[in-house]
Design a protein around this ligand. Structure first.
Ligand code: FES
Length: 115
């Protein structure tokens, strides 16, 4: 499935990037910005940001079930990503997409989905 039509990034591209990112020492929070940079891509219109965030969350769960990342790493990553997204939403309550971090600031739907 194509997640970003501007850069033609698929969910499989994101999955493969997450395996590399999350298995690196001192793995960063895999925000869409981190994942896109890892793929040597840059968002254009940012219209895919909500789908990218959802895909990352779902892929982290899938990777844990496949045994490609540890359950501890999966839980930690989802928790950190949720906290990161919530902090950004709190800092800027008006929904917008940050072109630098590519994170949707209005994360209420995501928070409800994860909770
Ligand atoms: S759809 Fe991803 S940047 Fe436009």
């Amino acid at each position: 499935m194509i997640v970003c039509s501007c850069t033609v990034i698929t969910d499989l591209d994101i999955e493969n990037a997450l395996v590399e990112i999350l298995n690196a020492p001192d793995a960063p929070i895999p925000t869409p910005g981190i994942v896109f940079r890892h793929l040597s891509k840059r968002m254009n219109c940012c219209g895919c940001a909500p789908l990218a965030v959802d895909t990352i969350y779902n892929k982290v769960d899938e990777l844990e079930k496949k045994g490609l990342i540890s359950p501890t790493l999966s839980a930690t990553t989802r928790s950190k990503l949720l906290a990161f997204t919530a902090r950004r939403a709190k800092a800027s309550p008006v929904a917008h997409i940050d072109p630098v971090d590519f994170v949707v600031s209005d994360s209420k739907d995501l928070v409800r989905k994860i909770a």
